[in-house]
Design a protein around this ligand. Sequence first.
Ligand SMILES: NC(=O)c1ccc[n+]([C@@H]2O[C@H](COP(=O)([O-])OP(=O)(O)OC[C@H]3O[C@@H](n4cnc5c(N)ncnc54)[C@H](OP(=O)(O)O)[C@@H]3O)[C@@H](O)[C@H]2O)c1
Length: 351
Amino acid sequence: MSVHERTPTASRGWVQSYVRMDSKTVIITGANQGIGYETALDLAGRGARVIMACRRTDAGREARLKIIQEVPDAVVEVRRLDLASFASIYEFARDMKLNEPRLDVLINNAAVMGCPKSRTVEGFDMQMGVNYIGHFLLTELLLDLLKRTGAISAPTRVIIVSSMTHKFGRMKWDDIMHDNNYSPLKMYFQTKLANIYHCLELANRLQGSLVTCNCLHPGMALTSLADHVKQGDGYSCCLRCFFTSCCCCMEKTVYIPPKAAAQTSIYCTIAHELRLVSGSYFNKCAEERLTGHAYNDEAAMRLYDMTMKWIERGTPTISPVHIGESSLNTPAQGRRSIEGIPPEQMQMLRE
Ligand SMILES: NC(=O)c1ccc[n+]([C@@H]2O[C@H](COP(=O)([O-])OP(=O)(O)OC[C@H]3O[C@@H](n4cnc5c(N)ncnc54)[C@H](OP(=O)(O)O)[C@@H]3O)[C@@H](O)[C@H]2O)c1
């Protein structure tokens, strides 16, 4: 019996294993606070080279110093990544491909929740753009590096931090950016469902590639994620009062510390038993079945093809309904007209 078979990696939602990550490189988006920070701290303690991909590099640097105070020999770097800007994502990915010889794990963790209607640089809805489309583009750009690392080492991993609130999400296929009748929370739920669909379809496409892709619910944690909801941004006075009291009540009852909420991301990163598992959903460090509308391969494929077109064009201006319908008949390999983005960026997308 090997050491991996003897020691359970996790028990009751907590990682028990002391497995090391020496010589492995991990990227964590949104690692300067909350669940991303706790994940970075843990993996740095295991010897991983952790790249903290942060929108605010000053906050990232502060977080890095905190990690180094706790783990003096940590190998942690801060790189700028604004998921609301394609230019920033391309820049980040180019830097990775030029300077990093390997990438073992990509943790798509960053998110915004329940913010008032606003747009990314390319004009996508902010929540859809950051939580889903930005991560989708980042993953596409880094797949090549993940595949190359997977071929010389153990299978590499893409980990998508979704949420159990995907269950409340519905894809509004005819108005996917919610331009009509925007509800901040419905949009957040849609983005978390989109994360699940991304995982399902990516796992399908990665079969046989030595890269796996899994998604997870981290747990309800007391972080700044809910700040917009607490303040009732974008809601009427009544709903604002309602959300504020709900959040206060939940903070006292159901919320867990960010360290506890980071356990499932850590588990999906280190668990030896998951090395060949792909397309699965995890909660409390255990696999959970996706149910109902969340387990829908056809919707996952439809959204994937739709998103490929958005990122190739760099703009959401074409009718989503039209794109969705036509892409259903588009074979994954039969790629696509190229408009709107510079040729060198397009080249990176193709590699
Ligand atoms: N907390 C919960 O109860 C809960 C429950 C279910 C799922 N989740 C999921 O867990 C993940 C982490 O959430 P959290 O609770 O740790 O939230 P958090 O503390 O608010 O952290 C979110 C992180 O995302 C980053 N971010 C926001 N916009 C960005 C952008 N445009 N580009 C790059 N990074 C950006 C933030 O950076 P700044 O500091 O610069 O804003 C921050 O580092 C999210 O995917 C969330 O959906 C959380």
